[in-house]
Design a protein around this ligand. Structure first.
Ligand SMILES: Cc1ncc(COP(=O)(O)O)c(C=O)c1O
Length: 390
C-alpha cells in the first residue's frame, strides 16, 4: 500500500508560486515552436572568463582536491576574499573570523535564518525582493514584516515608517543594493541610516551585495561594511556568480561581524561539507584577476542596457536607466497588471519577462527585464514589443 506522505508544514505553508502560470505559458509556447527571447532569468549568458576555467582544469586533477573540503572554506580562499575586500572597498577583514565561504550566496542567505531566527521572531524584509530572504524566515518558523520599496523613495525602504513596536520586536533586516529586482542603488547616507537604526533597535543587518561589481558608467557600488559601526551589526553576502559569470559553479562568501559569521559557519559545518576545493582555487584566481576580467562583462551589459532602455522608451514604456545590475524595472502601463503585461509580452511577442509581484506584493505595477541575451536579440525585443497591443 502506498504511504500516506505528508510534506512538512513549512512546505505546505509556502506562499503561492506566482511564476507558475508564466512557466506554463512559456512551456506551451516552446512546444508550439515559438522562438522565445527569454528575459526572465537573471543568469549571465556570457561564459566564465577563460583564465578562471583554465585554472579549474589545472587544479581539478590534484588528488588533495578530491577529498572533503572544510565547510568554512580554504584559508587561502578566505584570505583572498579579505584581500579583495581591502582592494575593492578599503575594508579590512580577518580571514579566520570574519569570512566564511558559501556554496553560492543563496545557500548562506537561507542558512542565516537557521542560525539566527527562532520560531515567532520577526524579520524585516524589503518587498519586492529576492525571495530567499523571506522563505528562510518561514522555513524557520519566523515572521516576516515587509518594507515596501517605492519609486518615490528611490526603492529604498523607509526606515522611519517602521512602527516602533515592529522595530522593537525585529531580530533581523534584509537589504540588497544594487537591488534585484528594481535595479536601484543605495548611497552612503542610506547605509549610515541602516546602521544607526540597527544599533538603536538591536537588529542584525544582512546586506546582500551580489551585484556590487555590475555597476555602469564608472559607478562602483559600495559595501555596507564601509560604514562606521557596520561591523558591529552587519553581515554581507557576496558571490562570484554575477561578478565572474559563474552562477553554475556555486561559490560565494559572507563577511562581517564575527558572531554572525561564526553562527552561520556553525550551521554550515552541520549541514554541508563546503565547496569543491578546485572551485575554490579557481575562485581565488577570479578574485585576484578582478577587474581585468570583470570590466569586459560590464561593458557588454552596459551596451545591452542602453539598447534595451532606449528600445523600451521608444515603444512607450517607462523605466529608469539602471546604474547597476543586469535588470531593468519597467513600469506597467495603466489598465494592466504585472501578470497581464507579462502574459501579453509572452503571447504576442514571444518575450519572457517576470511580473514584479512575483517578487512581493509591492512589485505589482512593474515587470522585470534582464539583460542576459545578446544585443541583436535585445534589438529584436523592441521590434517585437512594438507589435503588442497595450
Ligand atoms: C539578489 C540576489 N542575491 C543572491 C542571489 C544568489 O546568487 P548565488 O547563489 O548564485 O550566489 C541572486 C541570484 O539571482 C540574487 O539575485
Amino acid at each position: 500500500m502506498a504511504l500516506n506522505i505528508k510534506k512538512a508544514k513549512r512546505i505546505n505553508e509556502l506562499p503561492p508560486y506566482l511564476f507558475a502560470e508564466i512557466d506554463r505559458r512559456k512551456r506551451a509556447a516552446l512546444t508550439r515552436g515559438v522562438d522565445l527571447i527569454d528575459l526572465g532569468v537573471g543568469d549571465p549568458d556570457i561564459p566564465t572568463p577563460s583564465k578562471i576555467v583554465e585554472k579549474l582544469m589545472e587544479v581539478a586533477s590534484k588528488p588533495i582536491n578530491h577529498r572533503y573540503p572544510n565547510s568554512a572554506g580554504l584559508l587561502e580562499f578566505r584570505q583572498t576574499v579579505a584581500d579583495w575586500y581591502q582592494r575593492r572597498f578599503g575594508v579590512k577583514l580577518d580571514p579566520i573570523n570574519e569570512v566564511v565561504s558559501l556554496i553560492g550566496s543563496k545557500e548562506g542567505i537561507a542558512n542565516m535564518a537557521v542560525a539566527f531566527v527562532d520560531p515567532g521572531e520577526l524579520v524585516l524584509v524589503a518587498s519586492p525582493c529576492y525571495p530567499v530572504y523571506h522563505i528562510g524566515t518561514l522555513f524557520n518558523g519566523g515572521r516576516n514584516y515587509f518594507l515596501p520599496l517605492k519609486k518615490e523613495n528611490h526603492f529604498l525602504p523607509d526606515l522611519d515608517a517602521i512602527p516602533v513596536e515592529v522595530a522593537r520586536q525585529a531580530k533581523m533586516l534584509w537589504i540588497n543594493y544594487p537591488n534585484n529586482p528594481t535595479a536601484a542603488v543605495a548611497e552612503e547616507d542610506f547605509f549610515i541610516r541602516v546602521v544607526d537604526f540597527a544599533h538603536r533597535h538591536n537588529i542584525i543587518v544582512c546586506h546582500d551585495a551580489a551585484y556590487t561589481e555590475m555597476g555602469f558608467d564608472g559607478y562602483r557600488p559600495m559595501s555596507l561594511l564601509q560604514v562606521e559601526g557596520a561591523r558591529e551589526v552587519g553581515i554581507e553576502f557576496h558571490s562570484l556568480s554575477k561578478t565572474f559569470n559563474m552562477t553554475g559553479w556555486r561559490i560565494g562568501m559572507a563577511v562581517g561581524n564575527k558572531e554572525l559569521v561564526s553562527g552561520l559557519a556553525q550551521v554550515k559545518s552541520n549541514v554541508d561539507s563546503g565547496i569543491f576545493q578546485a572551485v575554490q582555487e579557481a575562485g581565488i584566481e577570479a578574485l585576484r584577476l578582478g577587474d581585468e576580467v570583470v570590466e569586459p562583462s560590464r561593458k557588454v551589459y552596459q551596451e545591452r542596457r542602453d539598447i534595451l532602455v532606449s528600445g523600451l522608451r521608444a515603444t512607450g514604456f517607462e523605466c529608469e536607466k539602471p546604474r547597476a545590475t543586469f535588470y531593468v524595472w519597467v513600469f506597467v502601463p495603466k489598465g494592466l497588471t504585472s501578470a497581464e503585461l507579462t502574459t501579453k509580452l509572452l503571447d504576442e511577442a514571444g518575450v519572457v519577462t517576470t511580473p514584479g509581484n512575483g517578487f512581493g506584493e509591492a512589485g505589482e505595477g512593474y515587470v522585470r527585464f534582464t539583460l542576459c541575451v545578446d544585443k541583436e536579440r535585445l534589438r529584436e525585443v523592441t521590434d517585437r514589443i512594438r507589435q503588442v497591443r497595450l
